[in-house]
Every structure is written in C-alpha cells, then in structure tokens.
Design a protein around this ligand. Structure first.
Ligand code: SAM
Length: 285
C-alpha cells in the first residue's frame, strides 16, 4: 500500500484575546506532527497556554523558500503539518505563501482552520461599506510611495484597507490628507480584542486632530480603512424617459441619426445608446 501523505493545515491564532482560539485550531495543533511558526518563542508561549506540546520549527520570511521543499517532502512521507503566524491568519501579511503554493502544486491537501484576522475583524465593526474592498497589506515606508499609492486609489469605489505601524500612522494620515478631501470618511480599528480596543469612524480632518491630541492613538496595532470614492458609476441601462426618446427617434430616423440625436438630448454615452438602439431594432425584426 502506498505511503499515505499527510495534510497541511493553515491555522489562525488570536490577534490579542487568547480566548479567540477555536477548539478545532487547538485540536489540530495538538494532533499534527509539526508546527511551522513565524517565531517559535512567541508560538511556544501561546501553545503552552493551551497545553499543546507539538514540536515547533521556525518558518519565517527569510527561510521559507528553502524550508518549503523539505517540509513538503515530510508531508509526502506521511507527516501532517500546521502553519501558524504570530497572530491572526497566516499568509495575510505574514509568512506561509511559498509552502502553501508548493504543497498545492504537489497535490497535497491544504486545509484552512479559520479564525481571527485583523482586517476582517476591523471591517466588520467599521461601519463602512464592506461588500467590496481592496486590501493592501502594509503600506510603503516612504511618504512619496504612500502618496503615489493614494493617488492611484483615489477613484477606487471600493473600501480600501491597510495595515500600518503605529510609528508611521501619523505621517500616513498626513499623506492621506494631502490626497483626499478633508471630509473623506476614514475608520481606524486599534488594538482589536485587547484592553484598549478603539474603533473610530470619522473624517480625515477629524482623525488628524484626534491623533495629534491623543498620543495613545499612536500606540499599538492598527488597521486603517478608507471609504471608497463616491464618484457615481455611469448606469449601463437607459432610464424610462431616455428609452422613450430613443424609441420615438427610431420611428422617424435611421439608427445612426436617432443615436446621435438621442445622445445629444439625453447626455447618455453614445456606446450605450447605440447598443440599445441595435437591441430595439433587432426586437422589431
Ligand atoms: N496575519 C495577521 C492577520 O490575520 O490579521 C496580520 C499580521 S501583520 C504582520 C500585523 C498587522 O496586523 C499589525 O501591524 C496591524 O496592522 C494588524 N493587526 C494585528 N493584530 C491587530 C489588532 N489586534 N488590532 C489591530 N490591528 C491588528
């Protein structure tokens, strides 16, 4: 019988409150043969608190590419492994990507054990629109690179979310203020699930005042969320009135003339008007 290969589990750990550790996460970490942790010392403290004695090795940014190959061989020989990061969901601005990609390429089952994730927790309590969002991880460290990113995203209609270090948050907010309108909506989630958890939704102008006045706001861990641009998307169907205008013109003129006149009268995009005119004339045939 061929040697049964093991599995790779991607296990979320708490982002502050130790009780946010799922039963399945604890059981999985107890049962696997090896835990790959971002920082083994940090991991041991967490694992000990939950009575997990599984052997732990380091898998961090600097060694993951080389280590991944060796770990995949172990899984192929039957060992099951789990990846954890210092906090939250591995791979989300954390190590693990090369190992997961390599395991998947080798037909190893990769199974997530979901749990805390700062960006999702922050969005869920932000009060901003969350149906569509863009996540940028950590922002560039220099002001010029941040400003250029903000300029690129200025018309993004989705909520944008990023992680920022407390050491750069004030400079980052100033950069945001140099690109966005003072009343543009922003939310900041700080120290989620911890003693000093603070979630604020306000304007760029007021957040700058708040951060300048209260130095505590510039401490701890932060998720920044910016409301998407309010630029209205042009509708891709005609209103009843616009359609009526087009229909009347089509009874009197050629498609080309009707579209030209209807575009001038209604201000609707020519492409949409032309497409609708073609659909109408096809229906009449
Ligand atoms: N993998 C993690 C996750 O699932 O959220 C994120 C790891 S990333 C290295 C760490 C960053 O996440 C912090 O600098 C901060 O921006 C954000 N973060 C982590 N824990 C947080 C918390 N309790 N409150 C607010 N932000 C947090």
């Amino acid at each position: 019988m061929p040697n049964q290969q093991g599995k790779l589990y991607v296990v979320a750990t708490p982002i502050g409150n130790l009780a946010d550790f799922s039963i399945r996460a604890i059981e999985t970490l107890q049962q696997v043969d090896l835990i790959c942790a971002e920082d083994t010392r940090h991991a041991r403290t967490l694992l000990q608190q939950h009575g997990i004695t599984t052997h732990c090795i380091a898998l961090h940014q600097h060694n993951e590419q080389q280590t991944a190959d060796r770990l995949v061989q172990k899984i192929k020989q039957g060992a099951s492994l789990a990846i954890i990061s210092d906090a939250g969901t591995p791979l989300i601005s954390d190590p693990g990507m090369p190992l997961v990609a390599l395991a998947q390429a080798e037909d190893i089952i990769v199974s997530p054990i979901p749990g805390a994730c700062a960006l999702i927790a922050a969005l869920s309590a932000s009060g901003l629109a969350v149906t569509r969002f863009s996540f940028f991880g950590f922002l560039p460290r220099t002001s010029s690179a941040r400003i250029s990113l903000f300029k690129q995203q200025k018309n993004n209609t989705e909520t944008w979310v990023f992680y920022e270090s407390c050491h750069r948050i004030y400079a980052c907010l100033q950069d945001l203020a140099s690109v966005l309108a003072p009343e543009h909506e922003i939310a900041i989630a700080r120290e989620i699930t911890k003693l000093h958890e603070t979630i604020i939704k306000t304007s760029i102008k007021d957040i700058l005042i708040l951060f300048a006045q209260d130095s505590n706001m510039q401490r701890g861990e932060l998720v920044v969320m910016i409301s998407g641009s309010q630029i209205e998307k042009k509708p891709d169907v005609l209103t009843e009135q616009q359609l009526k205008t087009l229909k009347i013109l089509l009874t009197e003129c050629s498609i080309k003339t009707a579209v030209k006149l209807a575009t001038e009268i209604t201000g609707v995009r020519k492409k949409l008007m032309y497409q609708t005119a073609l659909e109408l004339s096809a229906m009449q045939k």
